[in-house]
Design a protein around this ligand. Structure first.
Ligand code: MRU
Length: 358
C-alpha cells in the first residue's frame, strides 16, 4: 500500500465477518483500519466521524445491518423482521442530517421484507444487498465524475469545502470525482481546499487525499475563500451534500452556505455534486432538514494544546447548513446535470433512474 487511495474507505470483510473502515479521526497522521463487529461500535464510529461523509455512512450502515441480521437468533420471519427493524432504528439514530444513512437502512429492510425464503437465506440476501450498495457507490461516483467534468475546462481553479472525497465514499468521492477524473485525463486542475472548521475535514482529509493523488492542491483557511475568489483563482466551486430537498435546497457541511454566497458575489459557478441516494424528494425544502448540533468542545478545545475559549462560554456548533437553491448553478447527479427549476429537474432525474432500473 503506497497511498491512502489504495485503501477502501469502507468495506465488508466476509471472512470475519466485520465492517472495515479507515479510522478518519486519526488522519492524516496515521492510517489505521478498524474491524468492527458489534452494533454499538458501529454506531459510535458513525457518531464520532471515524467513518463519515454521506455515502460512506450509508454503506457502513448497510454493512452494519447485515452484521446485526447475522446475530438475530430467531427462525421466525416476523420476529426476524421486527428485530432487524430495531437494529436499523438504532443505527439510524447515530446522525440525523445525511439522508444516505436512512436511505441505505430502508433499502436493506425492504430487501429483507420482499424476500420470500427462510431466515437463513434472508441473511444471505442481506449480505448480497449490502455488497450491492457498496459496489453501486463506486459506479455512481465514477459517473458523477464524468458528468461533473463536462462543466469545467482544463487548467481550471476549483474550490471545495469539507471532504466530499474518496474518504466520504467507497472510492473517488462526489465533489472530488471530477478532480480525480480530470487528473487521469491531464486536465491539470488547481484545487483549493477550505480547512473546514471545526473538525478540519478539508485540512486533514481533502488536502491529504488530493495531494496523494498528485493533484495541485492548496489548503486555505475558511475565511480565505473570498480572497482567492477575488484574485480570480477560482473558476468553479464543487461541494458534496448530505441531503438535497425536493426544491433543490442542499444541506452540506457548515460553511457551505457562505461559500455559495461568495461564489454568487464573484460570478463563479457553484455546483453541488449529489448521488441520487442523497436527494430526498420527501423533504420539500431545506427548512425541514434536521441539522445536527454537536458538542461545543469541538470549537473550544479540540485540536488545541490548551483550551482556546473561556471556561463556560456559550457555544453553538451546528455541523451543517442549508444552501438555498437559488445559489446553486447545478446539481450534478449520476443521471445527469440538473438545473433550476429543481422541483422539475430533480423529478426528471428520478424518472431517468426509474427507467434505467427497468
Ligand atoms: O460531518 P461530515 O464530515 O460527515 O460531513 C461531510 C460533508 O458535509 C460532506 O460534504 C457530505 O457528506 C458529502 S460527502 C460525499
Amino acid at each position: 500500500m503506497s497511498s491512502i487511495l489504495d485503501y477502501d474507505t469502507v468495506a465488508l470483510d466476509e471472512q470475519e465477518p466485520a465492517l472495515v473502515i479507515i479510522d478518519q479521526t486519526l488522519l492524516p497522521g496515521e492510517i489505521k483500519l478498524l474491524h468492527l463487529t458489534k452494533q454499538n461500535e458501529i454506531w459510535e464510529a458513525i457518531r464520532t466521524l471515524r467513518v463519515r461523509g454521506a455515502p460512506a455512512i450509508g454503506v457502513a450502515a448497510a454493512i452494519g445491518l447485515y452484521l446485526a441480521a447475522r446475530e438475530i437468533e430467531t427462525e421466525e420471519r416476523a420476529a426476524f423482521l421486527d428485530a432487524l427493524h430495531m437494529a436499523a432504528e438504532y443505527l439510524n439514530s447515530a446522525r440525523p442530517t445525511a439522508v444516505n444513512l436512512s436511505w441505505a437502512l430502508a433499502r436493506m429492510e425492504r430487501a429483507a421484507r420482499d424476500f420470500q425464503g427462510n431466515v437463513a437465506a434472508c441473511k444471505e440476501r442481506l449480505r448480497w444487498e449490502c455488497q450491492a450498495i457498496w459496489a453501486e457507490d463506486i459506479d455512481v461516483c465514477r459517473r458523477l465524475g464524468e458528468n461533473g467534468l463536462t462543466l469545467v475546462k482544463p487548467g481550471a481553479g476549483l474550490l471545495t469545502h469539507c471532504n466530499a472525497g474518496q474518504l466520504a465514499t467507497v472510492r473517488y468521492g462526489t465533489a472530488t470525482a471530477p478532480m480525480y477524473l480530470g487528473q487521469q485525463r491531464g486536465y491539470h486542475f488547481r484545487v483549493y481546499c477550505d480547512e473546514t472548521r471545526p473538525l478540519l475535514q478539508g485540512a486533514r482529509l481533502t488536502s491529504f487525499e488530493l495531494s496523494s493523488a498528485g493533484i495541485d492542491t492548496t489548503l486555505i483557511c475558511d475565511n480565505m475563500a473570498a480572497s482567492v475568489m477575488k484574485k480570480g483563482l477560482i473558476d468553479a466551486v464543487f461541494v458534496g451534500c448530505d441531503r438535497v430537498a425536493a426544491n433543490g435546497d442542499a444541506a452540506n457541511k457548515i460553511g457551505t452556505l457562505g461559500v455559495a454566497i461568495l461564489a454568487k458575489r464573484f460570478g463563479i459557478p457553484f455546483y453541488v455534486v449529489a448521488p441520487s441516494s442523497t436527494i430526498d424528494l420527501n423533504t420539500p425544502t431545506g427548512e425541514e432538514i434536521i441539522i445536527e448540533e454537536r458538542d461545543g468542545d469541538e470549537i473550544c478545545e479540540m485540536w488545541y494544546e490548551q483550551r482556546m475559549a473561556p471556561a463556560g462560554i456559550k457555544t453553538w456548533n451546528p455541523a451543517f447548513d442549508v444552501t438555498d437553491h437559488d445559489l446553486i448553478d447545478a446539481i450534478v447527479t449520476e443521471y445527469g446535470v440538473a438545473r433550476a427549476p429543481y422541483d422539475v429537474s430533480l423529478r426528471e432525474i428520478f424518472a431517468k433512474k426509474e427507467a434505467a432500473r427497468k
